[in-house]
Design a protein around this ligand. Sequence first.
Ligand code: FES
Length: 102
Amino acid sequence: MASNATNHALLHRVAETGRVAVPFTLDGEPASALAGDTVLTAVLTQGSQLRRNEFSDMPRAGFCMMGACQDCWIATAEGERLRACSTFIAPGMELVTGRSGA
Ligand code: FES
């Protein structure tokens, strides 16, 4: 298994920190985003990947950020796939990155 990925946040919030908190779970652990965040922002402010590539097992974190490339798929605990860059986080979402140990 490729292991270059870490669990450090890839994105760091520098503005608009006063929005309402939105609780969700990430790989079964409680997490919090802000109202208006995309799923991509919510996840990558917590960790370094959205999922692992199904062929190479390398971590993926999106590419185009505008809904065109489909590199940002992320799974829910129910098995649904979401396009993280164009889906807003919602309270209670249960997201799964597939990172090692998750
Ligand atoms: S990052 Fe390209 S579709 Fe989401």
